[in-house]
Design a protein around this ligand. Structure first.
Ligand code: TXA
Ligand code: MG
Length: 340
């Protein structure tokens, strides 16, 4: 892994036209030189490198300590660039791109010869996504090449939704973090495998199954196509994990929560509560966070809350159990992996 001093990363703001342009120029300069740079996207922050430069992509794996078998997503800023990354661009991809791009949807398709093995983990397919965040779009246009970018966090840890999250976990390993504000989707993109028929959701996201169905007409049942864990290592059971132990629980009132809290095996003062409907008072808990009972708002806030819990030194996080409706499914998926 590249050795750098603690938090040696330069952090560039983007909140004026001049700052935005300067950050695009600096990031592009580093990327052209084969460096790895953390950049904002609307889902989570990405750890970007030139997707066509095998050595630069290997650097991403070193920085993240990511296992080489886990492929990375290639980010584009036009359908034309996406088409260059794949061997064949089906009509279905055009329909999905028209409906959901730019946005939090990754399409898995047979790779083209310009995509190095390092990106696909040696596999026959590549995941492509056109993100909606204006910074990464401007950066890809400036570079003229697609950007390989996994989430900007050490492997298996919580994804980062702010520049500060990236600085804390990777600030000593990369030269630049671009601050584009808090990611407004807040959880990772939906990954849809179009190399199989019917298409299959490999990772649920805020573009949910039913929205996709309206375009594709058909989707494989989850698990129908066999061991999707191997197809998409991001589906490994334990992932997206905070340091604290995470449990989900439903409570009707404060008394119910207190009884449950005293059974989890650590002092109440080491327990952090995340609630969305039945809000307890702080009492002796180490903290109580409230996220609105709304899936979009919840997704946007959840990783920040989990990062905050870890910093506070909480040992157990009790999250009020989520509704079981489709809009909550991707968040439930992340929490179940975080709790594994
Ligand atoms: O929202 C996102 O997707 C963020 C931002 C930065 O774009 N990226 C992200 O990347 O979450 P990462 O590497 O943390 O997760 C990518 C997921 C993993 O589960 C990986 O296994 C899967 O996508 N994936 C990537 N390429 C694939 C491929 N060719 N076939 C199957 N799964 C693939
Ligand atoms: Mg990730």
């Amino acid at each position: 892994m590249p050795k750098r001093k603690p938090s040696s990363a330069e952090i560039l703001p983007t909140d004026s036209r001049d700052l935005f342009r300067a950050a695009v120029a600096r990031a592009a300069q580093l990327l052209r030189a084969g460096e790895v740079v953390a950049v904002p996207t609307e889902t989570v922050y990405g750890l970007a490198a030139n997707a066509l430069d095998a050595q630069a992509v290997r650097r991403i794996f070193a920085v993240k300590e990511r296992p080489a078998f886990n492929p990375v997503i290639v980010h584009v800023a036009s359908q034309a660039l996406a088409e260059q990354c794949v061997a064949h661009w089906p009509l279905m991809a055009t329909k999905l791109a028209e409906a959901f791009w730019p946005g939090p949807l990754t399409l898995v398709l047979p790779r083209s010869s310009i995509i190095p093995d390092e990106v696909t983990a040696g596999g026959p397919t590549v995941g492509v996504r056109w993100p909606s965040h204006p910074f990464i779009q401007a950066l890809i246009r400036e570079c003229g090449f697609p950007l390989a970018a996994p989430s900007a966090n050490p492997a298996n840890r919580l994804s980062a939704t702010t520049a500060e999250h990236v600085r804390r976990s990777l600030g000593n390993r990369i030269p630049l973090i671009v601050d584009g504000g808090a990611s407004h989707v807040g959880i990772e993109s939906t990954v849809l495998d179009l190399s199989a028929s019917p298409p299959q959701v490999l990772r649920p996201g805020m573009i949910h199954q039913e929205a996709l169905l309206a375009v594709t007409g058909e989707l494989a049942r989850p698990g129908a196509a066999g061991p999707s864990v191997l197809k998409s290592p991001g589906l490994l059971r334990k992932h997206y994990a905070p340091r604290a132990k995470l449990v989900q629980h439903t409570w009707k009132n404060e008394e119910g929560l207190r009884v449950f809290s005293s059974s989890v095996g650590v002092p109440i003062s080491k327990i952090h509560i995340i609630a969305h409907t039945h809000i307890p008072s702080l009492g002796k808990f180490s903290g109580v966070s409230v996220i609105p009972h709304d899936p979009e708002a919840f997704a946007r806030a959840i990783y920040s809350e989990l990062h905050r819990c870890d910093e506070s030194g909480a040992e157990v996080i009790i999250i009020e159990a989520l509704p079981e409706t489709i809009e909550w499914r991707a968040i439930a998926d992340r929490l179940s992996r975080a709790a594994a």
